[in-house]
Design a protein around this ligand. Structure first.
Ligand code: BGC
Length: 729
């Protein structure tokens, strides 16, 4: 972070109240405020908020939108507050602003971090045009339990994939130069282990080993910071008894001392206040003391810092040095954004009008959406649909446009949303006929709905069955115990399937689901997540074969809800089930151990064949590299893009090692008949982990390696990692 002399000069002149004000974030009640995002807490009206800005007691406002009014807020800060320090305007701009891109989990399915960088860039362009400097994104939480609703906001269950997407999103939001008017400050959140909440219940406690915390949950934060993110948001949960928002070991030990993070740490919404409810602080003042001294620089919405920090400094419980360090970080971030040079950056109503509808972003939304769709199965090449057929589009999502944006879309331009019916109608091949029937509502039956759906299915050559989770089943505070379809939709699916007409499921989902009955057994299944503004066009592109599906699951689809937390890279058990033996083995009575659809799985319209994985040498020297290869061929008649995945397994470790871990991937276009050799270079860094003694590094020994199309496919080959002193045989 650049050092700006204006920061020191301000610090020298600020009162304690003004310092606490720079560390205080309040809901932006001046501009149209996004409703229903957070619980009501400490809300002030517009006049009060402006007065706080004028008094230098509110340095950041969040979740308002609009350039013209943003300018006015900034004018008050710059011209009417005593020191003229510009305000920061923040918002939850997670996967699109006016143009809505797929939910982050869906986009992770593309296995294309570059795509995420581009959509984050487009998001930044639109958000900064609308008077926002700072986004509370990306969420980089690893979600190993699909009951948790906030998996929708991250990149799924895998750390390697999560790191790639975390970094890409930060680069996209922040752009090349943070000072540019279209650069958006990024926030890695929620620090830390928020995805590890017990039983997948949002805000619940976290009991976690040091090794899992360090090897699974922290790396995406490190990746985001290495990519330049200058903000981190704390998490609501406690970790082994210490709330993340007052966790000195994390906020100071890991972030500052180990990683040297120069940016700011902001609390999640009222997270400092919640230390009292946690029973970790006796009262508001104690909560302030604990959060602040642990390393939380900014307080969001509780008002605690504004209220208690000055007195805590006066009483000597908080040193002036500590207070100044936090204020210095916040002011330095403002300087890094160029706000001291141009406080009106990103507050340009002309640019806002120009950016209100950008066709290039709409095209990108369609591209991102179709590249996020996963084809789980395709029996008898049910897809793509060909020729002039009679198509019945059935289900509560058929006409719907209220459930395409997914969680965390506060400012989407609804007038441009394209639902399934509109998209499919626009793409109908000549001679094809489309019949659209809801069949049921999202959670309730419709009079005569099932009968109408069955009649339409009987008359059709194929049914596109649009079923899944309503949008509000995922996102914050949306945890589930049964990760299945609403019963009324399942019943609709059964009735439609009973007609015998081939069924193509267009699944709507914010998490992995446990598919059942007719939905599971359909001829073809497309996982369509929440795809955003261009949902209908993107689904039609894939259904009619204008675009071949190329995405892969970033989360394992289990057989049953009761298997959660269920993720592919689990530690080895001492009693693994074998094909020969399942008595007294680690297994469920009712369900197989293998996923219904594993992490990394997804089909295209080609037919991909993998050659054997080979290694160039039997051993990897401690400081060496080893090439791992496989040939991949498209034996089909249609073009495809294959996500070639590299997995590793450490046979013996000082801590029990995962059965497999993703360590590389590449997305390859393959023409019909085309074959390509894929090579991954291995070094010992890829097998490093938090060892039994707490140190991070590799352990010599034997490893298995796969180049495979999913976490459950392929045959491994093994190699030896030699100890430091040994030379290659
Ligand atoms: C969420 C954050 C969000 C914040 C501000 C919280 O409830 O956990 O992800 O950034 O609210 O809206």
């Amino acid at each position: 972070m650049p050092v700006d002399p204006r920061v020191e000069s301000l610090l020298a002149r600020m009162t304690l109240e003004e310092k606490a004000g720079q560390l205080s974030v309040f809901a932006d009640m001046v501009r149209p405020f996004a409703p229903d995002v957070n619980p009501e807490a400490n809300r002030r009206n517009a006049d009060e908020v402006i007065e706080q800005v004028r008094a230098g007691r509110a340095g950041t406002l969040f979740n308002g939108v609009g350039a013209a009014q943003g300018r006015e807020i900034q004018r008050v800060a710059v011209e009417e507050s005593r020191l003229g320090i510009p305000v920061l305007l923040a918002a939850d701009v997670i996967h699109g602003m006016r143009t809505v891109f797929p939910i982050p989990l869906g986009e992770a399915a593309s296995f294309e971090p570059e795509l995420a960088r581009r959509t984050a860039r487009a998001t930044a362009v639109e958000a900064t045009a609308a008077g926002i400097h700072w986004t509370y994104a990306p969420a980089v939480d690893i979600a190993r339990d699909q009951r948790w609703g906030r998996g929708a906001e991250g990149a799924g269950e895998d750390t390697f994939l999560g790191c790639a997407f975390a970094a890409a999103r930060v680069r996209g939001f922040q752009g090349e130069d943070l000072r540019a008017p279209d650069s958006l400050l990024a926030t890695a959140k929620h620090f830390a282990a928020y995805g590890a909440v017990a039983a997948g219940m949002d805000y619940n406690y976290v009991e976690i080993s040091e090794g899992t915390l360090r090897d699974v949950h922290l790396p995406p934060f490190k990746a985001a910071l290495d990519a330049g993110a200058l903000a981190v948001m704390t998490a609501f949960n406690d970790i082994n008894g210490v709330p993340a928002s007052a966790n000195r070991a994390l906020l100071t030990g890991v972030l500052r001392e180990q990683w040297g993070f120069p940016g700011l740490v902001v609390s999640d919404y009222t997270a400092d206040m919640e230390l009292v409810a946690h029973g970790y602080a006796a009262d508001d003042r104690d909560a302030t003391l604990r959060a602040f001294t642990a390393g939380m620089d900014m307080s969001m919405q509780s008002g605690f810092y504004a209220e208690h920090l000055p007195a805590l400094v006066e009483s000597g419980q908080v040193t002036l040095e500590m207070l100044d360090a936090a204020v210095r970080r916040v002011l330095s971030v403002k300087a890094a954004l160029g706000l001291f040079d141009d406080p009106y950056r990103s507050l340009d109503p002309v640019r806002e009008a120009d950016a209100s509808h950008l066709p290039a972003h709409e095209a990108l939304a369609r591209e991102a959406a179709r590249r996020s769709i996963v084809l789980l199965k395709n029996e008898g090449d049910a897809l793509p649909l060909q020729g002039g057929r009679r198509i019945a589009l059935v289900g509560p999502f058929a006409r719907d446009v209220d459930n395409i944006e997914g969680c965390w879309t506060l400012f989407g331009d609804r007038s441009r949303y394209v639902g399934l019916e509109a998209g499919i109608r626009a793409a109908l091949p000549p001679g094809a006929v489309l019949d659209v029937v809801d069949g049921c509502a999202l959670e309730t039956p419709l009079d005569g709905g099932v009968d109408a759906a069955v009649a339409a299915a009987r008359d059709a050559d194929v049914v596109l069955l649009a079923v899944g989770e309503p949008q509000r089943y995922s996102g914050e505070a949306q945890s589930r115990t049964q990760i299945v379809l609403p019963a009324v939709q399942q019943a609709l699916a059964e009735a439609v399937a009973a007609t015998g007409t081939p069924l193509v499921v267009l699944l709507r989902n914010g998490r992995a689901l446990a598919l059942e009955g007719a939905v599971r057994d359909a001829q073809a299944i497309l996982v369509t997540w929440f795809l955003g503004s261009q949902t209908g066009h993107a689904v039609a592109d894939v259904v009619f074969g204008r675009h071949g599906p190329s995405a892969r699951l970033p989360v394992s689809f289990p057989h049953d809800s009761g298997q959660q937390p269920y993720f592919y890279n689990h530690p080895r058990t001492g009693r693994p089930e074998t094909p020969q033996m399942s008595e007294f083995k680690a297994r469920w009575r009712e369900q197989p151990n293998a996923a219904l659809y594993p992490f990394g799985h997804g089909l295209g319209y080609g037919r991909i064949e993998y050659g054997a994985t080979t290694v160039d040498a039997a051993a990897l020297a401690w400081d060496g590299t080893l090439a791992v290869r496989a040939s991949v061929r498209n034996a089909g008649t249609r073009a495809a893009e294959e996500v070639v995945q590299l997995y590793l397994h450490d046979r013996v470790g000082s801590r029990v090692r995962p059965v497999r871990e993703l360590k590389g991937f590449v997305k390859l276009p393959l023409a019909p008949g085309e074959s390509r050799d894929v090579v991954f270079e291995l070094t010992r860094e890829q097998v490093a982990f938090t060892r039994a003694d707490g140190s991070f590094g590799a352990e010599p020994g034997r490893f298995d390696v796969w180049i495979a199309p999913s976490a459950a496919a392929g045959e491994p080959v093994s190699f030896e990692l030699l100890p430091p002193a040994a030379s290659l045989p």
